[in-house]
Ligand binder design. Structure first.
Ligand SMILES: [Fe+2]
Length: 273
């Protein structure tokens, strides 16, 4: 199966006028089985930002699995709403319940929201989230692949600082691996990375999308926009694509290939293009 993984759209901080239409064309050209959007559709959850994000979702192929990020809760100048109903406006425009899981012949995909209101930065997983991961994993015991989608980083790395890894991530990851999840898709740090993550004695594929459409790329991805095409069968191939402003289109950036073995995934090959 082919998954298009998009993240950190940040409507309100769109990088340039062409990147959104180029994304729509590029994703359509690859005809993915599933589109995953791992949060931060907006910059401040403003009405116009949410309308822009919904227009993009409507232009992308279905099915889609979409979760909010920390920027999709009410902004700090709405302190009461941010505390009591942080995602009410996001839910009004995007909705959550219908788009948090998907299963097909080759894979089962569960997205878990980690965006909360009562913090300046960062997210959190609850005991309920961990139970949901366990339940979903057991319900899809025979799935060839199980993908977990979150917004904040699932584990610390050289890219993460305070608040970039949601509280409870360690417990969530442990539960996910125990019930057979083999791929994690996330975002939030605005740097595209593909790596293997060791957890519970297994090697898990961890794909982080950079910012797909905003001007908020960081570190090596400063000024860059991208998304990934993840092909899963017996093996996995992750093709990172980048926006080329000189041609107003996305083009190949890096490709990483992995093969399944008894301990999870291992690197098969890596290179540019
Ligand atoms: Fe974020």
């Amino acid at each position: 199966m082919l998954v298009a993984h998009i993240s950190d759209l940040h409507f309100g901080r769109i990088a340039n006028a062409e990147v959104v239409s180029a994304l729509v064309a590029d994703v359509a050209a690859h005809d993915p089985d599933l589109v995953v959007v791992s949060g931060d559709l907006t910059q401040r959850a403003r009405h116009r930002e949410l309308k822009g994000a919904v227009a993009l979702l409507d232009s992308l192929p279905s099915p889609q699995v979409v979760i909010p990020g920390n920027h999709d809760v009410f902004a700090w100048w709405f302190p009461v709403r941010r505390l009591l109903s942080p995602l009410a406006r996001y839910d009004k425009y995007v909705g959550r319940e219908a788009a948090l899981s998907w299963s097909g012949p080759d894979a089962a995909v569960l997205a878990v929201n980690d965006a909360i209101g009562h913090t300046v930065k960062g997210g959190r997983f609850t005991d309920r989230d961990i139970d949901a991961v366990r339940g979903f994993g057991r319900a899809h015991e025979g799935a060839r692949h199980k993908l977990l989608v979150v917004h904040h980083q699932i584990a610390p790395s050289h890219l993460t600082g305070r608040g970039d890894v949601a509280r409870g991530s360690g417990r969530l990851l442990k539960a996910a691996v125990e019930v057979g999840f083999d791929c994690i898709l996330d975002g939030h740090v605005h740097v595209s990375t593909v790596r293997l993550l060791e957890a519970q004695g297994r090697s898990i594929l961890h794909c982080t999308s950079g910012t797909t459409t905003s001007d908020r790329g960081r570190f090596a991805d400063t000024g860059q926009n991208g998304y990934s095409l993840i092909s899963l069968d017996d093996n996995a191939v992750v093709r990172e694509r980048r926006f080329d402003s000189s041609h107003s289109s996305f083009s190949p950036y890096r490709e990483s290939a992995f093969e399944k073995f008894t301990g999870g995934w291992r690197l098969a090959a890596a290179g540019s293009g």
